[in-house]
Design a protein around this ligand. Structure first.
Ligand code: NAD
Length: 333
């Protein structure tokens, strides 16, 4: 039985990860939650359905502050630290860069300091494809491609990675970095594209699709439970290489990628068809409407696949299920 500190459990992906690990393991979880930065108690409540309450302790804590000595003593022995929490939206980061840079760097620093002290077996820093910046057509970034963030959100995520790498090197913290592409699923905030499509199409509103005729941006999409399964696979099968034990000048890093690359308009069309509704849309030129926007993101997922991981949940079925769930739970619309 492992004991895990999981940050971001009140957020979209963190709550799916909590659920996936509760269902598939006997591990216990401590979840610090600030109840702000887009975190909600309902997501944790959903993750606990089925009698898992006894294995989860939620503490109220804003991760931009260090943990107190008493709180740290209360943690006891910790096997894994899964650092999922972050301010997570590109548009908001463009409007308010300070909030993103301060929150995401300080929370990573505080979690790394905690890891230095608690000495877990794994410190997993959950990051994004966006640290690599735009992927030109035909190029899917491999692990350790050049980091070239385009906006304050992706810069703050790259800064988290850089700090984690330095703690791996300087303090031998057992860092693993994952870079994940676009996630979708139940309880996603409607500021994110897939959830926004469901909300707007359901309301009969016009959807803004980034791109111009013949030049529409694209992403790879992955249900959040598939992302969670990849994290579980890494924890089970791929113990991190420590700096003082290996030859490599860098820690372990894995891309977590969906099988399906879709352009923004095709995804909108698929969602509308699954909902049985008409798609009303306008194309919005991303260069003027969203400075710092990247037309295409793409990661190469062959490393993790070669190590034996494949996504357990089918794209079409999981998208349909998420749409149905959202329509049946209008709180999330
Ligand atoms: N959603 C995606 O498509 C996607 C893709 C790749 C990577 N990611 C990464 O996944 C992680 C989760 O993203 P999400 O979409 O679930 O975001 P979200 O906005 O739904 O959740 C963010 C979580 O972080 C917590 N958080 C932020 N700042 C905090 C602080 N100071 N103290 C305590 N908690 C804090 C929030 O409370 C919330 O629980 C982020 O690290 C994001 O960069 C997301």
């Amino acid at each position: 039985m492992k004991r895990v500190i999981l940050t971001g459990a009140s957020g979209f992906f963190g709550s799916h990860l909590l659920r996936h690990l509760l269902v598939n393991t006997d591990w216990e979880f401590i979840c610090p939650a600030s109840w702000t930065h887009k975190g909600t108690p309902e997501r944790i409540k959903n993750a606990l359905v089925g009698g898992y309450e006894n294995r989860v302790t939620v503490i109220t804590h804003d991760l931009i502050a260090p943990f107190t000595e008493q709180t740290k003593k209360g943690f006891g022995k910790i096997d894994y630290i899964l650092n999922i929490a972050s301010n997570s939206h590109v548009h908001r980061s463009i409007d308010n860069p300070r909030e993103f840079i301060v929150d995401n760097t300080l929370l990573a620093f505080n979690m790394l300091e905690l890891a230095r002290e608690l000495k877990p077996e794994v410190f997993l820093q959950f990051s994004t494809d966006e640290v690599y910046g735009v992927a030109p057509a035909g190029v899917n970034h491999k692990e350790w491609s050049s980091i070239l963030p385009s906006n304050p959100y992706s810069a703050s995520k790259a800064a988290q990675e850089a700090m984690a790498i330095s703690y791996w090197r300087t303090y031998n913290v057992p860092v693993v970095i994952t870079n994940t592409m676009n996630l979708f699923g139940e309880t996603q905030d409607s500021e994110k594209y897939t959830a926004q499509l469901i909300k707007k199409i359901n309301a009969g509103e016009i959807v803004k699709v980034h791109g111009a005729k013949g030049d529409i941006g694209s992403r790879f999409y992955l249900h959040a439970r598939n992302g969670a399964d990849a994290v579980y696979f890494i924890l089970k099968n791929l113990p991190p290489q420590l700096y003082n034990e290996g030859e490599s000048p860098m820690p372990d890093r894995y891309n977590i990628v969906g099988d399906v690359e879709l352009d923004n308009l095709t995804l909108a069309d698929i969602v509308a068809k699954m909902m049985g509704k008409e798609l009303k849309y306008e194309l919005v030129d991303f260069h003027t409407s969203r400075p710092g926007h990247d037309r295409r993101y793409a990661l190469d997922g062959s490393k993790l696949k070669g190590l034996g991981w494949s996504a357990p949940f089918d794209f079409d079925k999981s998208l349909k299920k998420s749409i149905e769930w959202t329509l049946n739970n209008p709180l999330w619309l």
